[in-house]
Design a protein around this ligand. Structure first.
Ligand code: ADP
Length: 399
């Protein structure tokens, strides 16, 4: 069975076609600038025909999906002959609130329940649902599955997910920690168990998902017990342009000083903070920051050092939360590709009995063992694959 995986944003739509049985990636692509002008990039990965980009008008998501289908069925570069070959569509849905603890086959009630929690992710959920509606229109007989970023974290105990606020905020508005990047944390923690040859249900793992958006999770005995992102993805680690943890009183303080509304300040915290801000608005990209760091740029050094320090603090906190840790896994853009940042984080963790091999840390690959055989904690870089995780969930519900 072939699975179409869709990750739909307000003006972009990423897609992949994955063979659910062999788990081979057949094709992938991206529609951008939907509703503005439009561009589509498509690549037949199976036959290696290379990337092709064109700029058709894409006034809405229905047009985007029909272009995706045309590309997938193209005589020269397509990977399917007819739409019937797509057995199911897996949709990434950002927020499932408390309603969804796992992936589900989409029906009218599920769509309503996703709408009901949209106030928790007003930028993402409505866009995700537009992608669902567009697919349903063009592929009416094909089953669709919703895979939630938040679902994996629903196993957290209340002591981890409750904020110390008036209880009515939780009862009336469902304000609590939800966590994000759940498909990645789930995928990587399971893979870590496989790699070390231990039972997933009997392992303490800390997953450091370090990308432009970054989060950490503590996974104990096969369940997420804590994670660093909160009600929204703003909490926790320092990120590309997000501040992560800070004193909430800062919001009012800046609002008063700069005559801004709360939402204007929040915009600064989401889009103009993080390593981008600390580097003096130089860059949010760690490739730029690392090279500036090595040339002695003080602001870039502050940005990277503060980022790594925050990661190390969370690793310490989650080791305490689980009363130990067996595996630490680095993943996502920075976690997979930056030995420099990994080494900075690991330099704080000698007290855990971690020993690592700098030469091993410099290696690249889907799985890189960084720790030595005598290290008390196994440390790995493990490539995440959120699309494959979505395809697996979709296949499990539709085969
Ligand atoms: P997101 O999915 O949140 O947009 P990614 O997981 O794709 O983020 O990570 C993107 C980030 O990964 C980039 O901003 C960049 O900082 C970092 N990155 C990618 N490749 C490298 C590399 N070779 N060295 C250091 N950092 C890298």
């Amino acid at each position: 069975m072939k699975i179409l995986v869709i990750n739909c944003g307000s003006s972009s739509l990423k897609f992949q076609v994955i063979d659910a049985v062999t788990e081979e990636l057949l094709a992938k692509g991206l529609c951008e600038r939907i509703g503005i002008d439009g561009s589509i990039t498509y690549e037949n990965v199976k036959d290696g025909t290379g990337k092709e980009t064109s700029n058709p008008a894409i006034p809405d998501h229905n047009v985007a999906i029909s272009l995706v289908i045309d590309a997938l069925m193209n005589d020269r570069t397509g990977v399917i002959k007819s739409l019937d070959e797509i057995g199911a569509v897996g949709h990434r849905i950002v927020h499932g609130g408390e309603a969804f603890t796992s992936s589900v086959v989409i029906n009218d009630e599920v769509i309503q329940a996703i709408k009901d929690v949209s106030d928790l992710a007003p930028l993402h959920n409505p866009a995700n649902l537009i992608g669902v509606a567009a697919c349903q229109k063009l592929m009416p007989g094909t089953p669709m599955v919703a895979v939630f970023d938040t679902a994996f974290h629903q196993t957290m105990p209340s002591k981890a997910y409750m904020y110390a606020l008036p209880l009515s905020y939780y009862e009336d508005y469902k304000i609590r920690r939800y966590g994000f990047h759940g498909t990645s944390h789930s995928f990587v923690s399971k893979k870590a168990a496989e790699i070390v040859g231990k039972d997933y249900a009997d392992l303490k793992t800390i997953v450091c998902h370090l990308g432009n958006g970054a989060s950490i999770s503590a996974v104990m005995n096969g369940k997420c017990v804590d994670t660093s992102m909160g009600l929204t993805p703003l909490e926790g680690l320092i990120m590309g342009t997000r501040s992560g943890d800070l004193d909430p009183a800062i919001v009012e303080f800046i609002a008063n000083k700069e005559n801004k509304t709360a939402s204007e300040v929040l915009n600064v915290l989401n889009k103009k903070s993080g390593v981008f801000a600390l580097s003096g608005e130089f860059s949010s990209d760690f490739r730029d920051l690392e090279s500036a760091y090595k040339k002695g740029d003080k602001k870039a050094q502050l940005a990277v050092d503060a980022f790594a320090y925050r990661v190390a603090k969370y690793v310490g906190a989650y080791t305490a939360a689980m009363n130990g840790v067996d595996v630490i896994a680095f993943t996502a853009g920075i976690g997979e590709n930056s030995p420099f940042v990994r080494e900075k984080v690991l330099s704080y963790l000698g007290y855990l009995g971690i020993e690592y091999d700098p030469a091993a840390n410099a290696q690249r690959g889907d799985v890189v063992k960084i720790s030595t055989d005598s290290s008390k904690v196994a440390v790995y870089a493990i490539a995440t694959n959120e699309e494959l995780a979505i395809a697996r969930e979709t296949y499990a519900l539709c085969k």
